[in-house]
Design a protein around this ligand. Structure first.
Ligand SMILES: O=C(O)CCC(=O)C(=O)O
Length: 290
């Protein structure tokens, strides 16, 4: 895969806020991830599952199993980011979000957290999610929904949403008629095949349908900074201060070495940026030019 700034998927990511790469994970990798994630879910506390019921589960994954760092630094994944023009991305975190059978929908939200920093207005995503669904998804089992363009343009819904994944959101979500779940005229479904990856801008408004089937729908969401070196010092100081250190010994393997290069580091003296998940003046009001 070549680095190509004219790749149509780069344009889609920048103008619509997301794009899809097909067949990035092969069947053996999917089977391994399914096996490891099912074991993690078997030990998941029912009270915690109830607390995060809109996501289904919210299990941070990093070094519990060697398959995870292998996934974070998988050559096909780094090639996909390279094809989008991101030659030196950094990895931050990952979560296992698994909807059990008959789980409710996930509310509309966006995940960017440094809205006071001017990088928030940049056309290039400051942070991206890579979503790997471990089963095929559709509207029945809880596929992703997005509102294209909302990563760079304010719509009325932005002002109706509490900050994502907070107590306030969970309380507001108790009302199924809440705008948190409303249909939006511009929304689109993003159904995928297991092994595809959805790459999306952290600023994009997204949600997920409920799982109305009898089967579990599991997802690994990985967070990267595609152009880490271009972020401001305060933002990099925050990120590096919250990046999980790899366990000793990991960098000695070839895969570990590849992974080591993905760790965000900051050696300066800037004060870390403030965490602010509420979009402010840096979110524009004009349609995004295509
Ligand atoms: O479950 C999904 O498809 C999306 C998950 C998500 O965006 C989240 O949990 O923040």
């Amino acid at each position: 895969m070549s680095t190509n700034r004219d790749d149509p998927r780069r344009r889609e990511l920048i103008t619509r806020g997301y794009c899809v790469f097909e067949d990035v994970l092969d069947r053996p990798m999917l089977d391994e991830l399914t096996h490891v994630t099912e074991a993690l879910l078997a030990g998941y506390a029912p009270e915690e599952a109830e607390r995060v019921r809109y996501q289904g589960s919210n299990v941070p994954v990093a070094y519990q199993d060697p398959v995870f760092p292998r996934l974070f630094a998988r050559p096909e994944v780094l090639e996909a980011l390279g094809a989008l023009g991101f030659a030196d991305p950094k990895w931050w975190s990952a979560f296992l979000l698994s909807k059990p059978p008959h789980a409710p929908p996930l509310y509309w939200h966006q995940d960017w957290w440094a809205w006071d920093d001017p990088v928030s207005a940049d056309p290039v995503p400051p942070q991206v999610f890579l979503m790997y669904y471990l089963t095929d998804t559709d509207r029945e089992n809880g596929c992703l929904r997005v509102i294209p363009g909302t990563h760079r343009r304010r719509i009325a819904l932005h002002d109706a949403l509490p900050d994502a994944h907070t107590e306030k959101t969970h309380n507001a979500a108790l009302d199924p008629e809440s705008p948190l779940f409303a249909r939006h005229p511009d929304e689109v479904d993003v159904p995928v095949k297991a092994g595809d990856v959805v790459i999306g801008d952290a600023r994009l408004l997204h949600a997920a349908h409920g799982n109305r089937t009898d089967r579990r729908r599991s997802l690994l969401t990985l967070w990267y900074f595609p152009a880490y070196a271009a972020l401001s010092e305060p933002v990099r100081a925050f990120i590096a201060g919250h990046a999980p250190e790899p366990p000793p010994g990991l960098p000695e393997t070839e895969e570990g070495g590849r992974f080591e290069r993905l760790i965000p580091r900051y050696a300066g003296s800037a004060e870390p940026a403030a965490w602010n998940r509420t979009p402010g003046i840096h979110l524009g009001t004009l349609p995004v030019p295509v």
